[in-house]
Design a protein around this ligand. Structure first.
Ligand code: A2P
Length: 346
């Protein structure tokens, strides 16, 4: 425990000196910068969300990756308020991301959805608002269910997802309107491929600052990263530790985890870091940001302590060879169980 406390203290000190856990933030093409390591809030239970957020801020996190769909934005807001009241941080020092859920893609719903997230988070604006998926679902009013999740009416005799036809240009134009309203400082997208981005850039008057996609050593997406670098779009990798997050969902097994890959384990051991730290450092050295989730203090600290070592070109190359194009979070697979075949990457 003492070790964890002193590691937390060291992380805080590093943050004060250098910002963002000692790791350089990502500079965004449209101005501003985003801390490279954020706390992922997906699947953090409501009951522990506020405390996890406050603890994470105490440990040095300055980037919180939230979404309507995670169902815990009100609790994230509580955790932020507690941290600000305890003088751990100011609002201006935090980077808060939220995401537009699939049921709110029509132009008349985008602003209301953003405002609802802001009310829950207790903020006047988010630093980044992302389109969560390039999938539009039939609208569900807030009063009916919030967050509405994937299935249109869970009480129906045959509950299923209901995909609707909303052009992304309509959604994006409504996203752009959030910026002059002061509701979002930056906007962006998640789970897009290069074709989706190319189309978006053909009509965007406000360019996406950030793309968030699944990235880990088993799903490296080098062409997508290169395309984003060329277009000045910063990239955030979700599930940067790979399979672990999907084990509890029954979508993977720990044997499938890159954390136990022999090459990862060998390089990590040689460097005196954990496999998780190795994979996060690899992601940072590729120029991406990461949003690993954890509810455990020692892992929160571990995942932020990435500045004391670097990977050589040879080690980066060894890890590059582990790519399997293995995607765990694929609507083309998991939507089938909800009565819809909804591939977006193929
Ligand atoms: P836990 O919250 O119990 O720490 P995601 O893919 O959504 O970022 O989730 C990361 C997954 O990996 C979670 O299941 C989390 O569980 C686990 N995890 C987070 N940090 C570490 C770590 N440093 N070492 C091993 N597992 C971790």
């Amino acid at each position: 425990l003492r070790l964890v406390r002193s590691a937390a203290g060291a992380a805080r000190a590093a943050l004060r000196l250098r910002g963002g856990g000692g790791v350089a933030p990502l500079t965004l093409a449209g101005g501003g910068s985003m801390p490279a390591v954020g706390l992922g809030l997906w699947k953090v239970p409501k009951a522990v969300t506020a405390a996890t957020v406050t603890d994470a801020i105490r440990a040095g996190y300055r980037h919180l990756d939230c979404a309507c769909d995670y169902g815990n934005e009100a609790e994230v807001g509580e955790g932020i308020r507690a941290a600000i009241s305890a003088n751990l941080v100011t609002r201006e020092e935090l980077w808060v991301t939220s995401k537009l859920w699939n049921t709110y893609h029509a132009k008349e719903h985008v602003e209301a959805a953003c405002r609802r997230s802001l009310v829950d988070l207790g903020l006047e604006c988010v630093d980044l608002y992302l389109v969560h998926f390039p999938i539009a679902l039939r609208f569900v009013p807030f009063e009916t269910r919030y967050p509405p999740e994937w299935i249109h009416d869970p009480d129906a005799s045959a509950p299923k997802m209901e995909v609707v036809k909303v052009p992304m240009q309509e959604t994006w134009t409504a996203m752009e309107a959030l910026v002059p309203l002061g509701l979002a400082k930056h906007i962006g997208v998640c789970n897009f491929n290069t074709a989706g981005l190319r189309d978006l850039l053909a009509y965007a008057t406000v360019r996406p600052s950030v793309l968030q996609v699944e990235l880990h050593v088993y799903n490296q997406q080098p062409q997508l990263l290169r395309y984003c670098a060329d277009e000045g779009i910063a990239v955030t990798g979700f599930s940067p530790l790979g399979a672990g997050s999907y084990v509890e969902l029954g979508m993977s097994t720990m044997e499938d985890s890159a954390l136990s890959n022999p090459s990862v384990a060998a390089i990590a051991e040689a460097k005196g870091v954990t496999p998780a730290q190795l994979m996060l450092r690899w992601a940072l050295q590729r120029g991406t940001s990461v949003v690993p989730k954890s509810t455990k203090m020692e892992r929160l600290v571990e995942n932020l302590s990435l500045d004391g070592f670097t990977l050589s070109a040879d080690e980066m190359e060894q890890l590059a060879r582990l790519d399997q194009r293995r995607r765990y979070n694929d609507p083309g697979v998991f939507c089938v169980g909800m009565g819809a075949f909804c591939p977006i990457y193929d």
